[in-house]
Design a binder for this molecule. Structure first.
Ligand code: FMN
Length: 430
């Protein structure tokens, strides 16, 4: 087993002044053997040493440096509290784990893996050796920290199905081992302005939409249980097609902003569906093919104004969006009369949430999709969620920079045909 120099992170200040000699030694770095040797060797001194080491390890304040003679090779930074080494036997054919990846953080080159409880900061001259598994000291360290696996071993099926990016996203966007990097940390507060609640309107032609009479609707709507039980994905499109009146009502009931409020850090929004932190980063865009009273084209729904803005997207781009999302239906069902693309103003949500911004967007999109399903069912329209869009196609059609806004989900909406069979009773039923 290699010997490592233990380093105390600077955050470990305060509360332990009574042991400043130990603290000082650890700030410069010392092996565990050196620490034991510099204590008096008495039981009380040793228990004191291990009491503090345990405490700092438990608070994730100890790093481990691997040295080869006078050359530092790497530093191990635990990502979970209470990390300890677990030596493992070298496999027959050692290879880097398929979940390992190398990246730059600040000036450092680091090796990480969603399966490892640590991050390894590699010294520049050790990068090649680490990847080639050519230095025994590094191999031993990578083995003990979960970066090496046996190329000859077959992966169990329940692990095999996890793709690299799925596992990384999952582990890094939840509190796995409480690495402290996930949550509403507002880490850009001093560097960037928060994005406003409402997206600035586009400059295209504006079409104000009619607002439904909500009192009347709440008298006429089918009961909740009938709507829930009657909800189905309906891919058939009925004739005559959807009307602008229906589309206006649908958009108002699902996406229109009910209220904005000044929060402590940023503007907050209320809609009928919930959103992490009340941020409401989702925008609604419409690829209209057939809608009575509305020209075919690509539109942004301004959810604060309850209005549509016609965008400059070409007919080809508009068609490609519907084709890409629902193209799998070809030959079985017609493409939807209207395709709604949900897009996230990602900087608005990432300004607050660290490590979980995109996770929150997807959860929010799920809440929006179910709301659209239920409203469409209550209105006796044909709804179907779609998870197949192309964000690059969308960004080109909307003329947005994909870092600012990116599409995350789609929803097909058409008039309901008789052939689709009954779901909920029509709104006028008692
Ligand atoms: C997130 C999500 C993505 C979906 N993506 C598609 C899709 O790409 N194409 C499609 O035809 N249906 C899609 N659906 C609809 C499902 O196939 C459907 O919900 C499922 O078959 C159950 O049928 P039901 O909705 O009638 O209960 C999606 C549903 C959800 C919730």
């Amino acid at each position: 087993m290699n010997e490592y120099r233990l380093i105390l992170k600077p955050e470990a200040a305060g509360g332990v002044q009574q042991d400043s000699a130990l603290q000082q030694a650890l700030r410069q770095g010392a092996t565990e053997r050196e620490l034991v040797e510099r204590s008096s060797g008495g039981l009380e001194d040793l228990s004191r040493l291990y009491y503090f080491l345990d405490r700092w390890r438990g608070a994730n304040l100890i790093h481990y440096e691997l040295w080869e003679g006078s050359r530092k090779l790497a530093t191990i930074e635990p990502l979970i509290v209470g990390f300890t080494f677990a030596p493992a036997p070298l496999p027959g054919t050692p290879v880097l784990s398929r979940f390992a990846y190398l990246r730059r953080i600040g000036d450092a080159t680091v090796l990480e893996s969603p399966l490892s409880p640590v991050r390894i900061r590699l010294e520049p001259e050790a990068v090649g050796a680490a990847l080639a598994l050519s230095t025994p000291e590094l191999v031993e360290m990578l083995l003990a920290t979960g970066f090496i696996e046996d190329a000859a071993a077959s992966e169990p099926g329940d692990r095999l199905v996890w793709e690299f990016h799925d596992l990384l996203f999952h582990r890094r966007s939840r509190h796995c081992g409480d690495s402290g990097q996930v949550g509403g940390t507002y880490r850009f507060r001093d560097r960037l302005e928060p994005w406003p609640a409402l997206r600035p309107p586009y400059s295209g032609k504006r079409i104000a939409l009619a607002r439904p009479d909500m009192e009347e609707l709440s008298r006429q709507d089918p009961p909740l249980t009938r709507v829930l039980e009657g909800r189905r994905s309906v891919r058939e499109a009925g004739r005559p097609p959807l009307t602008l009146g229906q589309l206006s009502e649908f958009l108002y009931r699902t996406a229109a902003i009910r209220e904005t409020a000044r929060g402590q850090q940023e503007e907050l929004v209320r809609r009928v569906f919930p959103s992490g932190g009340g941020i409401h980063e989702l925008e609604f865009y419409l690829s209209v093919d057939q809608c009575q009273g509305l020209a075919r084209g690509f539109y942004h729904y301004h959810s604060g104004e309850h209005a549509l803005y016609r965008l400059k997207a070409s007919r080809k781009q508009n068609e490609a969006l519907r084709e890409r999302a629902a193209g799998g239906w070809r030959g079985l069902f017609p493409l939807p009369q209207v395709l709604i693309t949900l897009d996230a103003r990602f900087p608005r949500i990432a300004w607050k949430y660290e490590g979980m911004g995109y996770r929150t967007v997807l959860l929010d999109a799920g809440a929006a999709l179910q709301t659209m399903y239920l409203v469409a069912t209550a209105m006796d329209l044909a709804p179907c969620a779609i998870g197949n869009g192309d964000p690059d196609l969308f960004a080109a059609a909307a003329g947005v920079d994909a870092f600012s806004e990116t599409s995350v989900a789609e929803f097909a909406l058409s008039a309901r045909g008789l052939e689709a069979g009954p779901t909920a009773a029509p709104p006028s039923a008692p």
